[in-house]
Design a protein. Structure first.
Length: 552
C-alpha cells in the first residue's frame, strides 16, 4: 500500500536522524569513558608515521568518527605534544578507520542488535560507576545504529516503485557533479560522514539510489567530512589549520580526482561487492586506503611544501583587544566590584593557560618568535595584574565591612600567583628551551615522555583552577588542593626515576639532567600557583586547617 508523501517524509527523515544521533551516542560514550586514556595513548603512539596512522585508524574506529580524531589532534598539536607531520599521518589513518566503521556497521553484526540493546540498557540502568554506564551507552548506540538502518530500509522501500523518486535518482546518476556536491553538503550538515555513507549504501542496496549516484555521493561525503574538520578548527592555531587544510587537499581533492577517473574510465563493474550498497562501502574503504598508502611516505615533504607556499598568519587574537572587566562605576558597590575583579582574574588565568599550553612545544623545537610572543603576553599580564591590585585597593578602602576587605586581599593574592605562573612560563621555560637548542641536546625517550605527561597533568589542574575561580565552590577547591598534593608526590617520583637513569649512565640523561630537573620544578610551581586559588575558599568554609585539608 502506497504511503502518504508526508508520512513517507517523516519516516525517512526520522530514521536518518536516529542514525546520526546513534553514531553520536557511540562517539560521546567512548569520549566520556575512555577519552583521557585514548588521548594519552594517541600522544604516546605518534613516534613514527606508520604508528601515527595506525593509531588514528584505531581511534576513529573506537570513536565512530574521524572528526573526533581531528579534535584530539588539534589539542595535541596546539600543546606541542606532536608535530604537524605526525598530525597529518594521524588524520590519514583516521580516514581509513572511519571507512572501516562503515564496513563493520553493514556486516552481519547487525544480527546481535537485540543483545546489544538489552545489554546496553541493563548496564546503563544498573551500573553505579560512571565508566560502566558509558559502556552501556556505547552498546545502546550501536544497537540504535542497526535499528536506524532497518528503519531506513523499510521507509525507503516505497521509493522503488515511485516514478517521481526514480526520476530524481536517475537525474543524480546522470549529473554526478550535483550528486557529489549535494552529498558533501549533507555530510557537513549532519556532521558525520559515517552516517551519510551508511544512508547512501542502504538506499543503494534497496535499489532506490543507482550505483553511479551512490558512488559519487560516497566520494562527496569524503569531501564533506573534511569540511566538518575545517570549520571546527577555523580558530585554532596556524599549525593545526595547516594540517587540516592539507588533509582537505588530499582527501577532498582526491575525491574529485577519483570521481573523474571512476566515470571516465568506466570501471564501475570492477568494484567488488554483492550489491550496489556494498560496492559503495568498498569504494569508500579502497579510496581512503589508497590515499594512506600513496601519501603517507610523503607527509613530511607535503607539510614542508605547504609551509613554504602558504605561510599562515597567526590565528591568535590580539590580547590587547581585551576590554577590562574592572568597571570604575562598580566601586561604589563592593560586591559588584569584586565580581568584576573575578571576571578579570578569569581572563588573566585564561591567558596563562594558553601560554602554558604552548610552552612545552619550545622544549621540543625551540622557536624564538614563539618565545617572544610568550614574553609579550607576560608583559600584558603584569600590566593587568597591577591594574587589578590598584582596583582592589580602592574596593578595600571603600568598605571594610562584611569581609569585603578580606576578599579583596585574597583576590589580589590570586592575581599575584597567576602573575608568578606567567613569569615561569615566559621566562624559565623558554630559557631552558633555548639552552637545550643551543647545546643541541636531546631528552631521553623516557624522560621526554615523563615531562610531557607531567605537563599535561598540570594543564588539567590549571583548567580546574580557573573553574574554581569562576564557580567559587568548595568541592572543586578541595579537589584542586588534593591534586596539588598528588602533583607534588608525582614530581618526587619523576625525580627519582631521573636519578635512576643517571645511575645507569644514560648519555642523554647525563647531558640534560639540569634542564630536566629545572623544567620539572618549573611545571610543578605553575601547578602550585594555580592551586593557591583554592585556599581562601577552603579557609572560609572551614575545610582548611594549618594549610592542609581538614579531616572529616
Amino acid at each position: 500500500m502506497e504511503s502518504h508523501p508526508v508520512i513517507f517524509l517523516l519516516n525517512i527523515t526520522s530514521a536518518a536522524a536516529l542514525l546520526v544521533w546513534a553514531v553520536r551516542l557511540v562517539r560521546t560514550g567512548f569520549e566520556r569513558a575512555f577519552g583521557d586514556q585514548l588521548g594519552l595513548w594517541l600522544r604516546r603512539s605518534t613516534t613514527s608515521r606508520p604508528s601515527a596512522a595506525g593509531c588514528g585508524a584505531a581511534a576513529a574506529v573506537l570513536l565512530q568518527s574521524s572528526t573526533a580524531v581531528v579534535v584530539l589532534m588539534a589539542s595535541f598539536l596546539s600543546a606541542g605534544n606532536i608535530g604537524g607531520v605526525a598530525g597529518l599521518a594521524l588524520l590519514l589513518g583516521a580516514d581509513v578507520g572511519s571507512a572501516l566503521v562503515t564496513q563493520v556497521l553493514t556486516s552481519q553484526l547487525a544480527l546481535v542488535e537485540p543483545l546489544l540493546l538489552l545489554a546496553g540498557v541493563l548496564i546503563f540502568l544498573r551500573a553505579r560507576q560512571r565508566r560502566a554506564r558509558q559502556v552501556g551507552r556505547i552498546l545502546i548506540g550501536l544497537a540504535l545504529i542497526f535499528i536506524s538502518l532497518d528503519l531506513i530500509r523499510a521507509a525507503s522501500s516505497p521509493l522503488v516503485e515511485s516514478p517521481a523518486a526514480s526520476g530524481a535518482m536517475a537525474y543524480l546518476a546522470r549529473d554526478l557533479v550535483t550528486a557529489f556536491a549535494v552529498s558533501a553538503v549533507f555530510a557537513w550538515l549532519v556532521h558525520s560522514s559515517v552516517a551519510a555513507i551508511l544512508l547512501y549504501a542502504t538506499m543503494a542496496t534497496q535499489g532506490v539510489l543507482p550505483l553511479e549516484a551512490a558512488l559519487a555521493m560516497v566520494l562527496g561525503a569524503n569531501l564533506g567530512g573534511c569540511l566538518i574538520a575545517l570549520l571546527l578548527t577555523l580558530q585554532s592555531a596556524a599549525s593545526v589549520r595547516r594540517v587540516v587544510w592539507l588533509n582537505l587537499a588530499l582527501r577532498g581533492g582526491g575525491a574529485l580526482v577519483a570521481l573523474a577517473v571512476l566515470f571516465s574510465w568506466d570501471v564501475l563493474q570492477q568494484i567488488p561487492g554483492g550489491s550496489a550498497g556494498q560496492q559503495a562501502i568498498n569504494l569508500h574503504l579502497a579510496f581512503n586506503l589508497a590515499l594512506l598508502l600513496l601519501f603517507l611516505p610523503f607527509v613530511g615533504a607535503l607539510h614542508r611544501a605547504h609551509e613554504r607556499l602558504f605561510p599562515m598568519a597567526r590565528a591568535e587574537a590580539n590580547p590587547l583587544a581585551h576590554r577590562s572587566a574592572l568597571d570604575p562605576e562598580a566601586l561604589s558597590q563592593p560586591k559588584r566590584a569584586l565580581s568584576c575583579a573575578v571576571r578579570e582574574l578569569v581572563h588573566i588565568g585564561g591567558l596563562v593557560e594558553a601560554m602554558f599550553r604552548r610552552s612545552i612545544g619550545l622544549m621540543d623545537v625551540y622557536d624564538a618568535a614563539e618565545a617572544a610572543r610568550l614574553a609579550e603576553t607576560n608583559a600584558l599580564i603584569e600590566r593587568l595584574s597591577l591594574e587589578l591590585r590598584l582596583y582592589l585597593a580602592q574596593v578595600q578602602a571603600s568598605d571594610r565591612q562584611d569581609k569585603i576587605g578580606t576578599r579583596a586581599f585574597d583576590l589580589a593574592g590570586v592575581g599575584a600567583n597567576l602573575e608568578a605562573a606567567a613569569d615561569i612560563v615566559a621566562q624559565t621555560i623558554p630559557r631552558l628551551a633555548a639552552r637545550k637548542s643551543f647545546e643541541k641536546l636531546t631528552f631521553s625517550d623516557d624522560g621526554w615522555q615523563e615531562l610531557t605527561e607531567f605537563h599535561e597533568r598540570v594543564l588539567r589542574n590549571v583548567q580546574l583552577g580557573i573553574s574554581v575561580l569562576m564557580n567559587d565552590e568548595s568541592e572543586l577547591a578541595e579537589k584542586l588542593v588534593e591534586e596539588k598534593d598528588k602533583v607534588r608526590d608525582l614530581a618526587r617520583q619523576l625525580e627519582e626515576r631521573h636519578l635512576f637513569r643517571l645511575q645507569r649512565g644514560l648519555e642523554e640523561t647525563l647531558n640534560t639532567s639540569s634542564i630536566h630537573l629545572e623544567l620539572l620544578r618549573a611545571i610543578k610551581n605553575v601547578n602550585t600557583a594555580f592551586a593557591m586559588i583554592a585556599y581562601p575558599i577552603l579557609s572560609q568554609s572551614g575545610k582548611l586547617r594549618d594549610s592542609r585539608l581538614a579531616s572529616d
